[in-house]
Design a protein around this ligand. Structure first.
Ligand code: FES
Ligand code: FES
Length: 159
């Protein structure tokens, strides 16, 4: 039996410790927003936050998480300290019309929020430089636009 905190709720799971976090999120907890893309740490479709750090959940064994808090796309807009970033990213994604098939987008959004949360004053290029997610639909230009919109909005709204 293993304890795991996801989106503020502690779960007790009967699962082998080497099981990838993504499998637990999707198959045991019913959180389907984090996607399976490559399963090899390359595409970022499975990105979540673990104690605020962007993590590729297909590559993290659930037994290595310990007491750290996992946040997924389903609850990222409710997290203290980053809720405004999450709201700005989601709004910018809509404004820029980023999603095409949409499959990679939860991972892109989680990676972008995590990147901006490390330093709200960084440049668009700095944020984009931290995004290594892959989009089969080629939404990269729209992601670029949306990251710029997000940073502009956050700076405009800053006290
Ligand atoms: S599914 Fe995890 S990086 Fe591709
Ligand atoms: S929007 Fe289709 S894979 Fe990225």
């Amino acid at each position: 039996m293993m304890a795991l905190t996801v989106n503020g709720t502690q779960h007790r799971l009967e699962v082998a410790p080497e099981t990838p976090l993504l499998w637990v999120l999707r198959d045991q907890l019913g959180l389907g927003g984090s996607k399976f893309g490559c399963g090899a740490g390359l595409c970022g479709a499975c990105s979540v936050h673990v104690d605020g750090a962007v993590v590729r959940s297909c590559q993290m064994a659930v037994g290595d998480i310990g007491e750290r808090a996992v946040v997924t796309i389903e609850a990222v807009q409710e997290q203290p300290g980053i809720a405004d970033i999450a709201a700005a990213v989601v709004a910018a994604w809509v404004q820029a019309g980023v999603p095409q098939c949409g499959y990679c987008q939860p991972g892109f959004v989680m990676a972008t929020i995590g990147s901006i949360a490390t330093d709200r004053s960084q440049s668009r290029e700095a944020v984009l430089g931290q995004l290594s997610n892959i989009c089969r639909c080629g939404s990269y230009d729209a992601v670029r636009e949306a990251v710029g919109i997000t940073l502009d909005r956050l700076r405009h709204d800053a006290p």
